[in-house]
Design a protein around this ligand. Structure first.
Ligand code: S3P
Length: 169
C-alpha cells in the first residue's frame, strides 16, 4: 500500500512532518487526533475530561483501523502504541516511522501546551518518565527509527520519502 504511518511521543513533529510528506507524495493526510476532533465535534481535552481516557483510546483504535485501510500519510497520537491491538494493527501497516526525539527537544516544544491532557500539571521528570515507559513500544512497531533532534521537518520528510521510495523499488 501507498502508506506511511508516523509515530512518536508528543511534540515529535508527527503532524508537521505528515503535512509535508502528504504534499510531497501527493497522498491524503490522516491526522488521527484531528479526525477524532472533527468526527466528534469536540477537542481531545474535552473527550478526556468528559468521557475519560479509555473511551478516547477506543475511539482512537477505531480511527486507526479505518485509516490503515487507505493509501495515506497517517499521523498518530503519541499513545497509539499503548494498546496491543493497535500494535498488531501497526504490524500490518506498510511503513511505520518512529520520529525519535530526546526529552530536551520534546520538553521544549511542549512548554506551555494546554491541548494535551496527559501532560497538564506534570513535571518535566514525570513527562520524561511517561516517554521512557513507551520507548520500547515505539521501537517495537517501527520499520524505521529516525532521530530528529537535529533535523528540520523538511529534512525529516525528505529522509522518510527517500527511504519509502527505496523500499518500493
Ligand atoms: C497522547 C498524545 C496526543 C493525543 C492525546 C494523547 C498521548 O497526540 O493523542 O493527547 O497519549 O501521548 P500528539 O502525540 O499528537 O500530541
Amino acid at each position: 500500500m501507498n502508506q506511511i504511518v508516523l509515530t512518536g511521543f508528543m511534540g515529535a513533529g508527527k503532524s508537521t512532518v505528515g503535512k509535508i510528506l502528504a504534499q510531497e507524495l501527493v497522498l491524503p493526510l490522516i491526522d488521527i487526533d484531528t479526525e477524532i476532533e472533527v468526527k466528534h465535534q469536540t477537542s481531545i481535552t474535552e473527550i478526556f475530561a468528559n468521557l475519560g481516557e479509555s473511551v478516547f483510546r477506543n475511539i482512537e483504535h477505531q480511527m486507526l483501523v479505518s485509516a490503515l485501510s487507505r493509501d495515506a500519510i497517517i499521523s498518530t497520537g503519541g499513545g497509539i502504541i499503548l494498546s496491543k491491538d493497535n500494535r498488531i494493527q501497526l504490524g500490518t501497516a506498510n511503513f511505520v516511522v518512529y520520529l525519535k526525539t530526546s526529552p530536551s527537544t520534546f520538553l521544549n516544544r511542549l512548554k506551555g501546551d494546554t491541548t494535551r491532557p496527559l501532560i497538564q500539571e506534570k513535571s518535566k521528570e514525570e513527562i520524561t518518565a511517561l516517554f521512557e515507559s513507551r520507548t520500547e513500544l515505539y521501537e517495537e512497531v517501527a520499520d524505521l527509527i529516525l532521530e530528529t533532534d537535529n533535523l528540520t521537518p523538511v529534512e525529516v520528510a525528505k529522509i522518510i520519502k527517500q527511504d519509502f521510495q527505496k523500499r518500493r523499488e
